[in-house]
Design a protein around this ligand. Structure first.
Ligand code: PAN
Ligand code: ZN
Length: 202
């Protein structure tokens, strides 16, 4: 709907000029239509130090795409007070007994929280504080997760179909991958007797 700037209904009002193209989401498919969404992919090779079973890791194709992230960043990364929007599509699979997972990160700015929202598949959201206390929470279609700014977060696909979740986070949240790359999380998710179990990694 367009409102004419000088119609009798809005005399004297200042109109906001829309500077962002409208977009549509295909929620269950993890698709964003009609915007300059960026897509990035993480391959096994990008996740090299994270998995427990080194031999199993090296037996797999390093070019295998483990997950894709589509994101919309309508303001500059790092600008204060803006919001980013994105979706992650995490493939099913395992390295040895360990399920495919995202790299995981702390936000550089620990005051910047995030929402995750599951739309397809079965996953576990791992959260970890700076004392390495780690918890796991089920993700399924319809689950909504509020992640505190100070908590590291990683998602593990424990199902047999792609796990799709949407996310909203601050444009000045930033990513700190280093601590996770070096020390991992306080727990891992492994398959035992056909079921996922969360085991301490301390
Ligand atoms: C998400 C993640 C996305 C991929 O958008 O960046 O799921 O996970 P990694 O960044 O750990 O590879 C998010 O948490 N943004 O802040
Ligand atoms: Zn995050």
């Amino acid at each position: 709907m367009k409102v004419a700037p000088n119609s009798s209904e809005n005399q004297g009002e200042r109109l906001i000029v829309p500077d962002l193209a409208p977009i549509r989401l295909d929620w269950p498919a993890g698709a964003m239509i009609g915007l300059p969404a960026k897509e990035s992919a993480k391959k096994l090779a990008d996740l090299e130090p994270l998995f427990l079973d080194r031999a199993a890791f090296h037996a797999l194709d390093p070019e295998l795409v483990v997950y894709r992230v589509r994101s919309w960043t309508p303001v500059q990364p790092g600008s204060e007070g803006g919001l980013f929007w994105g979706v992650t599509i995490l493939e099913p699979g395992k390295v040895g007994k360990e399920y495919f997972m995202t790299h995981g990160h702390f936000h550089s700015n620990p005051t910047r929280a995030e929402y995750y929202c599951g739309v397809q598949g079965h996953g576990l959201l791992l959260r970890m504080d700076h004392q390495r206390s780690t918890s796991a929470e089920e993700m399924r279609s319809g689950t909504l997760h509020y992640i505190r700014g100070e908590h590291a977060h990683r998602v593990v696909n424990v199902g047999d179909e792609p796990l799709i979740f949407w996310a909203c986070w601050g444009s000045d949240a930033g990513y700190n991958y280093g601590a996770i790359r070096e020390h991992g999380f306080g727990a891992r998710v492994l398959e035992r007797d056909g079921r996922p179990v969360v085991i301490s990694d301390e």
